[in-house]
Design a binder for this molecule. Structure first.
Ligand code: GLP
Length: 270
């Protein structure tokens, strides 16, 4: 896992957007895995701005979102479909057929989950999977104790997750307690994974993900098994990392310097 630490949330989000743009420049018809949540809002703002400047093509990629609340139709203001339209899809004009999310109001949610998994496979899998992290270490809506080999399915949300997401709902609105989420096995098959974590509320989860044991108790720790996973965080989210000095030595200022043989190791010939 590469750990890149940036001074603040804004710089971390900018770097995340830069990497998505680089992916779209390299492969304009890439398959992206997209995430929701407050953490991603500045990423999508930066991505939409990059598309508007013409830095990359925002109309050729296909995207699969990680998850959707069971019971919410796409036009519900708190549905993830609505979030994505508002924060990204409408701004860049991505054709609707390429902007995929599970249908929260599908008559048979379990069948919808299976269909969604098959749809991802039919598109050839995900090139770049963007991820946030829950304070309890969840990715997508794979709550603690999720199988690390899981596929897209229905998950019951923990009380903590329901409470954390309550801030997006009105005071009289009911927060859904079930979601359709891409599985951890599905996430691990992405060709590259990029997880963004900002703010002190994520510090414990980030430390457990990066330095804790590989365990279903922290679903994000499954990324330790991903061959190409990068964690981008700000100083606050990095605060509990024990090996922080090491990460900052390898990736100073969040950069990825070219690897060259260090000077001074040559043997002196006698
Ligand atoms: C939800 C989403 C996750 C997201 C998490 C963190 O639970 N299903 O994909 O990572 O929220 O959200 P936030 O960025 O708002 O902290």
């Amino acid at each position: 896992m590469k750990i890149l630490i940036f001074p603040d949330a804004e710089a971390a989000a900018r770097e995340t957007a830069r990497r998505i743009v680089a992916q779209l420049v390299a492969k304009p018809d890439a398959v992206l895995g997209l995430a929701t949540g407050g953490t991603m809002e500045p990423v999508y703002a930066a991505l939409a701005a990059a598309v508007a400047r013409g830095d990359c093509d925002g109309r050729r990629f296909t995207s699969f979102n990680l998850d959707e609340y069971v019971g919410l139709a796409g036009d519900h203001p708190q549905s993830y479909r609505h979030y994505m339209n508002r924060h990204l899809f409408d701004a860049i004009g991505l054709p609707a057929a390429q902007a995929r999310l599970p249908r929260g109001d599908a008559p048979d949610p379990a069948e919808e989950a299976r269909r969604y998994e098959a749809e991802i496979a039919a598109e050839g899998g995900i090139d770049l999977q963007l991820l946030g992290i829950g304070a309890n270490g969840h990715i997508g809506f794979n709550e603690p104790t999720s199988s690390l080999a899981s596929r897209t399915r229905i998950k019951t949300l923990t009380r903590g997750t329901v409470e954390a997401n309550r801030r997006f709902f009105g005071p009289d609105e009911q927060v859904p307690s079930l979601a359709i989420t891409i599985g951890i096995g599905t996430i691990l098959e992405s060709r590259e994974a990029l997880l963004l974590a900002t703010g002190g509320a994520k510090a414990e989860a980030v430390a457990a993900m990066v330095e804790g044991p590989l365990s279903a108790a922290c679903p994000a720790s499954a990324l330790q098994m991903h061959p190409r996973a990068t964690v981008i965080c700000d100083e606050e989210a990095a605060a509990r990392l024990q090996l922080r000095d090491y990460y900052e030595t390898v990736h100073p200022g969040g950069t990825e310097p070219a690897i060259t043989a260090p000077k001074g190791l040559e043997r002196t010939r006698t």
